[in-house]
Every structure is written in C-alpha cells, then in structure tokens.
Design a protein around this ligand. Sequence first.
Ligand SMILES: N=CN[C@@H](CCC(=O)O)C(=O)O
Ligand SMILES: [Zn+2]
Length: 425
Amino acid sequence: MSGPAEDADSRTDSANGDTCVVYGIDELVVGPSRNESDDTPLEIREDAALVAVDGEVIAVGSSEDVTREYPPENAETAIDADGRAVVPGFVDPHTHAVFAGDRSDEFEAKLRGKEYQEILAEGGGILRTVRAVREASDDQLVANLTGHLETMLAHGTTTVEVKSGYGLDTETELRQLEAIDRADAAQPVDLVATFMGAHAVPNDREAEGYVDEVVEEQLPAIANQGIATFCDVFCEEGVFDVAQSRRVLEAGLEHGLTPKVHAEEFVRLGGAELAAELGAASADHLLHANEDDVEALVENGVVPVLLPGTAFGLGEAYADARAFLEAGAPVALATDFNPNCHSRSMEFTQTLGAVEMGMTPAEALLASTHSAALALDLEDGTGTLREGAPADAVVLEAPSFAHLAYRFDTTAVDVVVKAGEVVVE
Ligand SMILES: N=CN[C@@H](CCC(=O)O)C(=O)O
Ligand SMILES: [Zn+2]
C-alpha cells in the first residue's frame, strides 16, 4: 500500500477533514502506466481500495490493507465497489457548451447533403447560435449550461473545458465567460474557460477588421475579467487564415492566455503548424492533419485533441488517431459538445475512438482522463487517482474499464465521486 500509512492503527478517526473510502474494487485504473515496457498504457491495481481526505487522494492500495487502516465504517463516505471497476473521472477538454437556441433542423439539412460550411456562409450554424445567445438572458445561459453539465456528470465527466465564441462582440463574449464562471460555482463539475472571440466572422464584417476588434477590444476586456485561461481560434478556410489566427493567439499570449487552435478540420490550412510554433496547449480536430503536422505537434509538446463525435455527426472521415499514438503523442479525446455535435457523453466518445479510430479501450480511457487533463495544462493529477490527485472517480456498473468503450446504449456509470463526495448515485 502506498500513501501516508506509517502505523497499523486505524487512521480514519484521526484524519483531518472528511474521509472517503472506496473499497472492494476489482479493477482500479490509477493513471497512465509508469513502465514503458508495459503492454498496456494504464496502471491498473486489482482488488484495490482508495482513500481521500478533503477531496484529495491520500492512499491507494490493496482493499485489505486500506480497509484495515481506514475502516469504511468510520469514514464520512464509504463506497463498497463490490467487485466493480473504478476509473478516474473523465475530463472533456473541448466543448462549446454555453449556448442557446435549437439547430436540429440544420441536422436534417446536413442529412440531405448540405455542407457545414455552406450553412455557415449563409448565416446559419455558429452565426445562428450567436443570434440566440445575444438574445438569451444571463440566467438562461447559466441554466442551459448547468443542465448540460448535469448530463455530463451523470456520464462520468468531472472536469469540462467550455469555450465562449457565440457572442462575437465584447459584451456577449464577456457574458458567456461570466455564465461559465457562475455555472462553475453552482454545481460539482470543474470548469476551465476558453475565450474564442475568433470563432466566426460576424455577418456584417470582414475577417481582417473583426480580428482588429478581437485583438484591440475583446482581448483586453477578457483579460481584465480574468475568467478565461485559454484563447482559441477557428483556423479554417473561409473563417480565419493562418496570419489572422496568429495575430489573435499572439495577442492572447500577451494577455496571459495560452493558445489552442481549431486546426485542419475541413481542409489542411496550417493551424497545426501554427499551434506547434506558438507552443499551444492543444491543436483540436486535426481530421486533415498530415505526417508533418503529427511530427510538429509531438516535437513541440502540443496535445492533439481528437473529436470523433464531430466526424460522426457530419459523416466525415475521422482523424488518424493511430498516427498520433504511434508518434508518441498523448492523444486526448473530447465530445466537442455544441449545437452541431449534440453529444455530452465521454463514454460514447470512447466508443467512437475505439470503433472508428482504432484506439484500444485502454487508449480511449487514457485519452479521456490523464491526456485530456494535459490538453488543459492541469498538472495537479487530474485524470488520475494517484496520491495527491483530486478524488474524482467513477464507479462503473461493470467489472472492467473495457465496458466504457464496449457499451453504447445508455451508461456504464454507476456512482460518481467529485472531490471525495458522492455526486451521482
Ligand atoms: N468548428 C468550429 N466550431 C465548433 C462548431 C460550433 C458550431 O457549429 O456551433 C466545433 O469545434 O465543432
Ligand atoms: Zn470546437
């Protein structure tokens, strides 16, 4: 058993703060494998238990040792996993979850053959959601986001990145970020905010002039507000070219915002190379990335965030996850939840990663936990269940993590623990 366990006496009583003990775990996924020679990317303990105090994992070990030292009956929270698997809470590192309105009719148009970019060029798509968000009240935005987070949590997601980008003016971008901040405080899922004023060019504007506004007006206001951690841009043909994307991201850096890039989604334009050049936290989508992009991202430590739900919903070819994995990249998966990709489930995302992108269930789980945390620069152990990590855990209603990718009906999640407290059961 590892952790601060020097004597054989029961420690639960003497521990400071609330104690949570999860025991009787047949298969505990602790985090990424620490041995390169392992034939699995995950470190797994069998017949295990874990203890958290004040929301932080303090011990992981055999169920017998842990329960002797930390008797479940003395703990504020005790969960008998009863032979089931326990995995780290999922991290969803790419969503556009704060929005209003309904675009289900666009889904039908796309099924009839209409292109995503055609809809955007006609003032629909992102621009339609922008109109709905500008009209929505602050409370409505918070309520919509909070509702989506409840669904995500029920599917095991305990940390979520949320982008602005449906405001496209200073006031509404600030309002979206404020809604993210309020929703963060109102419910258990931890949120990471990204400013994405460069998500689309507003109807009545030219890209160049709009980039001036993002750089000169929006970014200073967003930095002053202090909610966003990252600055993202849609680097895409017909949206923002590489030079415009560079201007936005460099200005973001000057304001202390770390870059992220929507790169190579519909065409290969150079967003991945830009992400590599600027040392972005992640480059996302990457459906059209080539070998040079893979190499550039790996060499510069940029996390590739792959979004199979988007390819699934649009009927597009998937990103080449295997090329990234074979190059040694810490591939992350995300839902990309937005009105064009209505999935809030990191479980279904793992299924798509396995079935459509050739990832093993273990690779898909790592991509949904520790690697996803890397895409958000979270270095406090988020996405693992090692000592010192946040005690964010999911008890499955199955004996193995393999059921996450394997099942695609409802959910394999039984109990969700966030910061050492049961939040879904
Ligand atoms: N591709 C750009 N942005 C989003 C879609 C947003 C929308 O269509 O509302 C994405 O990442 O998939
Ligand atoms: Zn996106």
